[in-house]
Design a protein around this ligand. Structure first.
Ligand code: 6GU
Length: 252
């Protein structure tokens, strides 16, 4: 996979040389190029912003440098991190991980002139994505987050591929809590069942923990979880945990 990142702060991307992303680059699985947007300015001050039409606070990124930058590095699937984007999900990570060419455009200030995105969309797929309902200074940190989500899905990057199927969000539920040695620490014991060796009971316990965690922490995920995927034991766990199952449907 080839990734081009365009930003006025290329130094933000040092962390992409570390850990498993750095390793994916060293082994050639991933090719990342970071570009300074100011490369494509033509005035002595290398200006990238200007005041917004219609008035209002802050500054807007000018279209000309962005147009030239995207002409130079494109085409590819353009990802624009933005607080007004669609929420970025694990499903998006999987889709982007399947592509050969990604371009990230990091906006700053109040955002990028909308015509840049509209113009790019005539030539390439464009996705405006948000990490959540809060505002960052710019897209740089968001790109690092999105890159982590994508690169760990690339074949051969994670040592143990089972980590991907077992993890939170893979099955539409949050994962159960995890423990390692020692069995007792500060008077807190690892749940006995995890040390029992009974794989059937362990699987049921984890399933119960997943259901209860998801229902309490992420009711939004439960409301879209296919009700038909809940078996009789699942229903018992949730009901006894004080959660209502709506709409009620016939148990399997
Ligand atoms: Cl992806 N970018 C920016 N600038 N702010 C955000 C965001 C992204 N997601 C939430 N807030």
């Amino acid at each position: 996979m080839r990734v081009d990142i365009i930003s006025i702060f290329p130094d933000y991307f040092g962390p992409l040389e570390l850990s498993l992303i750095g390793k994916a680059r060293q082994t050639g699985r991933l090719d990342v190029a970071v570009h300074d947007l100011r490369t494509w300015t033509s005035d002595v001050h290398r200006t990238v912003d200007d005041t917004p039409y219609g008035g209002g606070p802050g500054m807007v990124m000018r279209p000309e440098p962005w147009g030239q930058a995207l002409d130079a590095v494109g085409p590819g699937t353009l990802v624009v991190p933005s607080p007004v984007g669609k929420p970025f999900t694990q499903a998006d990570a999987h889709e982007l991980a399947s592509l050969d060419r990604l371009i990230f455009a990091c906006g700053r200030y109040e955002g990028i002139d909308q015509r840049v995105i509209d113009d790019a969309a005539d030539r390439m797929p464009v996705r405006e994505v948000s990490l959540g309902d809060y505002v960052l200074f710019g897209g740089e940190v968001a790109v690092i987050v999105i890159m982590e989500a994508i690169v760990r899905l690339l074949p051969g990057v994670l040592g143990n591929a089972d980590s991907l199927t077992e993890e939170s969000h893979a099955a539409g539920l949050l994962e159960a809590p995890v423990y390692t040695k020692p069995a007792s620490w500060r008077s807190r014991d690892v749940p006995e069942i995890l040390r029992s060796g009974d794989h059937g009971r362990i699987a049921r316990w984890r399933r119960d923990q997943s259901l209860l965690r998801t229902a309490s922490r992420r009711p939004d995920m439960m409301s879209v979880y296919p009700v038909d995927d809940l078996d009789k034991a699942d229903r018992k766990t949730l009901t006894e945990g004080g959660f209502q199952i709506t709409p009620p449907s016939v148990a399997k």
